[in-house]
Design a binder for this molecule. Structure first.
Ligand code: 26Q
Length: 798
């Protein structure tokens, strides 16, 4: 697509020097690492621009259908090295940088993470953007350019402390500000009738200004745009109000604009119903839809033809106001007949569900919706009656508005032609438990698209040691065709290959140990099992079960110190939502337990616990390639998919896990004999909960768990405050909603199997290598190909 010749390290070095001088305004002699990192980014960016323009040109020349991915979160992480990899220029960049006397890692690590997301859902959006570009699917991501991404986590006395994140403190070299692409977004006000038609007169407005980032695909053959909206005041202040002496009110438009895109909401589970959040959701959606329609109309296409040219995907219900807003634009603004507007919107829209947890489902009080978006509230009522009219035999309770609340799941469902779950199990549970009636009314609307991850970032970039072994073994090209990893299978009986596989793992473990030694001051034994659980803190993810099992191991070692133990390092990482007390207590407990165990002279290096602060995408890239064991231990039926589980298995970690989310499919792919399964199934979980005494019964059947809980209750890990965990222990005995007690013994014996299996290194190596070889299915390229075929009805432009 591009004719630009591949640069040499020398020519690239000249470009870097050029940017240091003319873009950063620095004499090379006085340039800082920041200056060099910026200069390298700009030099690379220059090489992205041409394929980027070419892709846009081709999309419009060929009248291609466009996909618009609407998401409140894009958890991109660092961009420089990823761009270098996809342009095939990592080695060239590295020698150019080293030729300038600089340290490559220092330059790469100078870049702050773009942390515009909470966790799985946001990272999925970033992987999908990369795969759309790699597959040549013409697409745009739409999100919010939060000034502050997800908070930074520190520990003080073992407790989480949040501080604001400030990724835009430095210049962001990958974005292009587009002051010419700005739209007015209204809120509040009233609805009047003009010429017999409803007309919304907003009471407040802000401007949504676009910032574009190119997203370059594998091998630089295609590039798409991630467009993030930033709120700006429509006017600096209201002069009329100011002249009336109402100074605070005069500054209101500016105040709203300043807060709207200021900060990402850090709650990834519990729904709060905050007005500012609703405004953010509408801000993103309204700006995106105006942009989509403007582009469509500028191409001289009719709104009748919108579904032929435009597919809009809603990443969970967060942008689900897109249904009413699109209907409003088509009918109120462009004069389309109302029911026809609904039908047109439905044909364009798709909805991805990411959760079944009732506490996470969005619902807005009708009074709030009616105040913030008065016209949308009317339209929602009209969609509801349209749906009722079309389904006269439906059960009376099916609908969008109920108990004076707008249920965003139902709204998204009814305004979409396809609703998808993110793993096979999750999709079945959506049909059975979340939307059983709607599923009956709309058979075939709910479909599955099992999540995927981009192998470029999560293998090629994060794990050079293993990548090089794969290239040496099966050649190049697997990054764009991950099923080719199956070609590793014939080498599984070759002990030289297995030795190299384990040597790559060993290298990664040594790198991680060096980083932990330096950042945490803890020395790790690279021969130990590196057992890792990294993910947001939530009770359903059961980090608690992991630490309870760790305590039981420690206790056993102390009781019987002479026995032979497989050394283990337990690594934790993850943030708790700032207001989630139970999650924060679990962090504190892990930290307290680590303090005791790590300093126990009887234990030595047979058991260590580390919990580095501020887990993020960059930390994931360090940890995952070094894992022997991946902890995927959620209560069955609760984790929609998981994607960390895929990253670990792809990098040759074995999974210890429940039959939850995508674990089920991972186990099917890698083989049951290469997976440590334990615990109740989703059906058994439901059954078990019917016993109100399930926790007490399970604890009474496990003397080990009793001892562990007893130690915690006695203050063994919190001697300065022995009652610290009384609530936690009390909850374990009396409620234990996520069935930690019921699964504890099964988990513990599975962990014993891990010890035994790791003792036979040759056999472990085979299992690990088979995990890598059989994970091709979980490439986000496969997932996006599925969305293109089943939801977006589009094909590759390559
Ligand atoms: C909602 C309302 C107000 C404020 C915040 C939110 C909010 C924000 C983020 C609600 C949920 C999220 C994130 C959810 C999430 O990450 N879900 C995960 O999605 C992954 C990708 O599909 C799955 O793999 C995980 O199983 C699922 O937990």
């Amino acid at each position: 697509m591009t004719n630009t010749p591949t640069p040499t390290a020398e020519s690239l070095r000249d470009k870097i020097l050029h940017h240091v001088t003319y873009s950063m305004g620095k004499d090379a002699k006085h340039a800082s690492i920041y200056d060099w990192r910026m200069a390298l980014s700009l030099a690379l960016r220059d090489r992205v621009v041409e394929p980027w323009f070419a892709a846009t040109r081709k999309t419009w020349d060929q009248g291609r259908k466009r996909v618009y991915y609407l998401s409140m979160e894009f958890l991109s992480g660092r961009m420089l090295e990823d761009a270098a990899i996809n342009l095939g220029l990592r080695a060239t960049c590295r020698s150019a940088i080293e030729g300038l006397g600089l340290d490559w890692y220092e330059v790469i690590e100078n870049e702050p993470d773009a942390a515009l997301g909470n966790g799985g859902l946001g990272r999925l959006a970033a992987c999908y953007m990369e795969s759309m570009a790699s597959l040549g699917c013409p697409g745009y991501g739409y999100g919010i350019r939060y000034e502050h991404g997800l908070f930074k986590q520190r520990f003080e006395g073992g407790q989480q402390v949040e501080t604001p994140e400030d990724w835009l403190k430095q210049r962001h070299p990958w974005e292009f500000e587009r002051p010419e692409s700005a739209y007015e977004i209204g809120f509040k006000g009233y609805v009047e009738t003009v010429d017999g038609k409803p007309h919304w007169v907003p009471g407040e407005t802000v401007l949504a200004e676009a910032y574009d980032m190119p997203v370059i695909g594998w091998q630089g053959k295609w590039a798409n745009t991630l467009r993030l909206w930033s709120a700006k005041p429509t006017e600096m202040f209201d002069l009329a109000r100011f002249n009336h002496g109402d100074y605070a009110a005069a500054a209101e438009p500016e105040a709203l604009a300043r807060t709207l895109s200021r900060v990402l909401y850090p709650d990834d589970t519990t729904y709060a119903g905050k007005e500012l959040r609703l405004k953010q959701e509408y801000f993103l959606t309204a700006a995106a839809l105006q942009d989509i329609l403007r582009r469509h109309l500028a191409a001289d296409l009719s709104l009748e033809a919108l579904p032929k040219h435009v597919a809009i995907q809603m990443n969970d219900t967060h942008p689900a106001i897109a249904g009413p807003e699109l209907i409003r634009l088509l009918s109120d603004v462009h004069g389309m007949e109302f029911e026809h507007a609904i039908e047109t919107a439905v044909q364009c829209l798709g909805y991805t569900n990411h959760t079944l947890l009732p506490e996470a489902l969005e619902h807005w009080a009708t009074y709030l919706m009616g105040t913030v978006l008065p016209r949308h509230m009317q339209i929602i009522e009209k969609i509801d009656s349209w749906h009722r009219r079309n389904h006269p035999n439906r059960p009376h309770f099916v609908g969008i508005v109920k108990h004076q609340e707008v249920r965003m799941g139902e709204l998204a469902f009814i305004t979409s032609h396809k609703v998808n779950g993110v793993s096979a199990l999750h999709t079945e549970l959506i049909k059975k438990n979340l939307f059983p009636e709607l599923n009956k009314l709309h058979p075939g609307r709910i479909i599955n698209q099992t999540n995927g991850i981009t192998p470029r970032r999560w293998l090629r970039m994060a794990n050079p040691a293993l990548s090089h072994l794969i290239i040496d073994t099966i050649g190049e090209g697997w990054e764009g065709d991950l099923d080719r990893l199956r070609e590793l299978e014939p080498h599984i009986e070759d002990s030289a290959f297995l030795d190299k596989f384990m040597a790559a793992k060993r290298t990664n473990k040594e790198h991680l140990a060096a980083w932990i030694a330096q950042s945490e001051g803890i020395t790790l034994n690279p021969d130990a099992i590196f057992d890792i659980q990294v993910k947001r803190l939530h009770e359903y993810k059961r980090q608690l079960m992991n630490i309870l099992q760790t305590i039981s191991e420690w206790h056993e070692m102390r009781e019987n110190p002479q026995a032979d133990y497989q050394p283990r390092v337990k690594i934790f990482g993850g943030k708790a939502a700032p207001g989630y007390y139970a999650a924060k207590q679990i962090i504190r407990l892990i930290k307290d337990v680590a303090e005791v165990i790590n300093n126990d002279p009887l234990i030595g290096d047979r058991l260590k616990i580390v919990y580095p602060a501020n887990y993020n995408v960059s930390m994931a890239e360090r940890l995952i390639p070094a894992a022997d064991l991946s902890e995927q231990i959620s209560t069955a039926g609760k984790e929609a998919s998981g994607t960390g589980n895929m990253k670990f298995a792809l990098n040759g970690a074995l999974t210890i896990g429940t039959l939850d989310g995508a674990n089920v499919e991972i186990r099917e792919q890698v083989g049951a004999e290469n997976f440590f399964l334990f615990g109740l199934t989703a059906d058994e979980v439901m059954e078990r909960r019917r016993d109100p005494e399930h926790a007490r019964h399970a604890i009474l059947e496990s003397p080990v768990l009793q001892d562990v809980l007893q130690m915690i209750a006695e203050g063994r890990f919190s001697p300065d405050e022995p009652e610290r965990y009384h609530d936690l222990v009390h909850n374990m005995w009396n409620s234990d909603y996520f069935l930690v007690a019921s699964d504890f013994e099964s988990y513990r014996s599975s962990q014993k199997e891990v010890d035994v299996a790791f003792g036979d290194r040759a056999s472990w190596a085979k299992m690990a290598a088979l995990n890598t070889a059989r994970m091709g299915f979980f490439s986000s390229d496969r997932a996006i190909a599925g969305y293109m075929r089943d939801i977006w009805d589009t094909t590759s432009a390559l």
